[in-house]
Design a protein around this ligand. Structure first.
Ligand SMILES: [Zn+2]
Length: 426
């Protein structure tokens, strides 16, 4: 392309010199300008950055990782470069999944596996990430095109398939168990699965795959009216699976199975999807790089800017057989878990107190303990935090206690009069 454009420009240049007719000259001049513009666009399109072998903390403008590696210097992350060892699978490359993929790519994740069967449409342009010139491309291919330009260090795998079909599910399972990227890794071939799909059926399929593989995953969702969303961490056997609380508590109170009906156009906002993608990747980074606290369930109510949190224990009556297996294993492993926790606590008790990161405090900045202000955590026990409602009505409503009769003002007066009369009688 570059060579052809150069030749076209030189041909137009010689043509301009050989023609004397001024009307033809103006036309050739115009063609020359167009060719020059195309050459500039072509040049900017091919300006890719080269791969970076080792992540460096060097503070120079040309280092794509300097701001991320600074997280180590600030004492947030122990070893940021470990991010290159991790594989994350993203199911559904829509309004949330594509933005999550871009964030992880910019953070320098080792490997991304992208799953979607859909194509880019003009109707997707109210959301982030995809561009109008990608209309008609599969979402996975368009994503690989953009992401590989942003960060060529990330290993990208594109799976254009529907995981809810028998064939699609088989490919999904085999891709998750493929360990060629990290052959020594225990468990499956990926570190985390992110579900960014828009329907109930696909979520149940991700749930099935992760329960079978004992794979930790995170679920995300945005409501049909575009003003609420949630993320949820699912650890097989330890937390509730997607089938444990059917059909799961959702922030919006809308039955997910009714989504994607023919002719029904659900609303979507780039803002809500961006917030949910941000919360999802923030918790992904915390989970992978082991810093902070990973949210078990975090809701987002855009109308009130309210973020409810809660925890859900697995259901011993769950309809998913693989979930019950994982629950049994989790209970059996309790003594080992307790011993490991005790050993960790002992080591921490023996190690000397950490020195502060900065000895001087020029601006008198102090850190407030968030334990004191945090009162929003609610353990699920039938009582839900504000903003969260059950999708289905609760089956066993307790009968209301009978209302006890209150003593009215008239009765009080009668009693007072009797007491007065008794006093006067004396
Ligand atoms: Zn379950």
């Amino acid at each position: 392309m570059e060579v052809e454009l150069k030749e076209l420009l030189s041909d137009l240049h010689s043509l301009k010199k050989s023609i004397s007719d001024p009307s033809h000259l103006a036309l050739i001049e115009k063609m020359h300008l167009h060719a020059e513009n195309i050459a500039t666009l072509e040049k900017s399109g091919t300006a890719r950055r080269s791969k970076v072998k080792d992540m460096s903390a060097e503070v120079v403008d040309s280092n794509p990782y300097s701001r991320l590696m600074a997280l180590q210097r600030m004492g947030i992350v122990n070893n940021y470069e470990r991010i290159r060892e991790f594989s994350v699978a993203i199911v559904g490359i829509g309004g949330v999944g594509s933005v999550a993929a871009e964030m992880l790519t910019r953070c320098g994740i080792g490997r991304l596996l992208l799953y979607d069967y859909d194509k880019v449409e003009l109707a997707n342009m109210n959301r982030l990430f995809f561009r109008p010139e990608q209309v008609g491309m599969t979402k996975t291919d368009a994503a690989v095109q953009t992401l590989s330009e942003i960060n060529p260090d990330v290993v990208l795998e594109s799976y254009t398939l529907n995981i809810t079909t028998v064939e699609g599910f088989d490919t999904f399972m085999s891709s998750l168990t493929n360990k060629s990227f990290q052959p020594t890794k225990s468990g499956s071939g990926v570190d985390l699965v992110l579900s960014c799909v828009d329907n109930y059926e696909a979520r149940m399929v991700v749930n099935q795959a992760c329960n079978e593989l004992n794979q930790t995953w995170m679920e995300s969702g945005v409501s049909e009216d575009a003003v609420s969303g949630h993320i949820q961490l699912l650890i097989p056997g330890e937390t509730a699976c997607f089938a444990c609380v059917p059909p799961l508590v959702v922030a919006s109170g809308i039955d997910e199975r009714t989504l994607k009906r023919e002719g029904v156009c659900a609303a979507s906002l780039p803002t809500t999807m961006g917030v949910v993608a941000g919360l999802l990747v923030q918790n992904t980074l915390k989970y992978l790089l082991k810093f902070g606290q990973v949210s078990r369930y975090l809701g987002y109510n855009a109308l009130k800017d309210y973020f409810p949190t809660m925890e859900m224990k697995p259901n011993s009556q769950c309809s998913n057989a693989a979930c019950l297996e994982r629950q049994k294993e989790y209970i059996l492993a309790k003594p080992t878990r307790d011993a490991a926790a005790k050993a960790k606590a002992d080591i921490e008790a023996l190690s000397p107190a950490e020195n502060p990161v900065h000895a001087d405090n020029e601006w008198n900045i102090s850190v407030v303990d968030d334990e004191e202000v945090d009162g929003s955590d609610v353990k699920i026990s039938g009582v839900l935090p504000e903003g969260i409602v059950h999708e289905l009505p609760v089956a066993d409503e307790y009968p209301k206690p009978p209302v006890t009769e209150t003593v009215g003002p008239a009765d009080d007066l009668e009693e007072l009069r009797r007491q007065l009369e008794a006093l006067n009688a004396d």
